[in-house]
Each structure stands twice: as C-alpha cells, then as structure tokens.
Design a protein. Structure first.
Length: 144
C-alpha cells in the first residue's frame, strides 16, 4: 500500500511540474496558406478582448444603476414641476394679453368721451379767474 501511495505522489509531482512549466517553448507549426487567416483571427481576438473589457465594466456598474435611476426619477419629477409652472405662466401671460387688449380697446372710447363730454342739462359754473391766468401762464411758458 505504501508503494502505491508513493507512486501516486510522484505522478502528482510530475503533473504539477508539467503544468507549471511555461508553454512558450512549444509551438505548433502553421502552414503558410493559413498565415493570413491567423492574422485575421488574432485581430478578432483583440477586438473580442476589448469588447469583453467594456462589457465587464458595464457589469461592474450595475450596482450603481439604482442610484442613477433614483437621480433620474428625481430629475423627472423636477422637470414635471417646471412644466406645470411653465404652463401656469403661459396661461397667465395669455390672460394678461386679453386684459391688455380689453384696456387698449377701451382707451379710444375713454378719450372720445373726454374730448366730447355728453351734454347735460346742468350748466357748469365758469372757472375762476385765477385758473385762467394759471392756464395762460402755463401756455406762455410752453410756447417760449
């Protein structure tokens, strides 16, 4: 039994030494006709490794997706609030424009009424003399 265990241990040691030995010294000869295919295959291998790195980076970032999703949800909620405020502001502007149109349409009527006051049965008393002098002084200053 002891001899058997020694043989197994020797095989295990030799197997371990073979596995630890670098494979660089061994090579497979490739026929010349396949060299261009081998170059293309190596390009594909390099591309695959580059893509693999980006895919691994994406997988590493997956735990951060929850944080990003929360930030996006918060930003979306803030944007909804801003849209609502903008809509309210637009409504207020439209109301203000309508009010301005109404006021603008009333101004000519008011001016017309001031220029041509309606005739009443009541006669207005004449202005005092000092008012006429004041008006004449104001007119004289504006002409000079």
């Amino acid at each position: 039994m002891n001899n058997h265990l020694e043989a197994v241990l020797k095989e295990k040691r030799s197997l371990r030494q073979r596995l630890l030995k670098p494979m660089c010294q061994e090579h497979l000869p490739i026929e010349a006709g396949y060299h261009s295919d081998l170059v293309h295959l190596l390009e594909l291998a390099v591309t695959f490794i580059e893509r693999l790195e980006t895919h691994l980076e994406t997988i590493r970032n997956i735990p951060h997706l929850d944080e990003r999703e929360k930030k996006m949800s918060k930003a979306l909620a803030e944007m909804d609030i801003l849209v609502t405020k903008t809509e309210e502001l637009a409504e207020n502007i439209l109301k203000w424009r309508e009010q301005q149109k109404e006021v603008s349409s009333c101004i000519p009527k008011i001016l017309a009424e001031e220029n041509f006051p309606p005739k009443h049965d009541v006669t207005m008393p004449p202005l005092p003399l000092s008012s006429k002098v004041h008006v004449q002084n104001v007119n004289a200053k504006s002409f000079s």
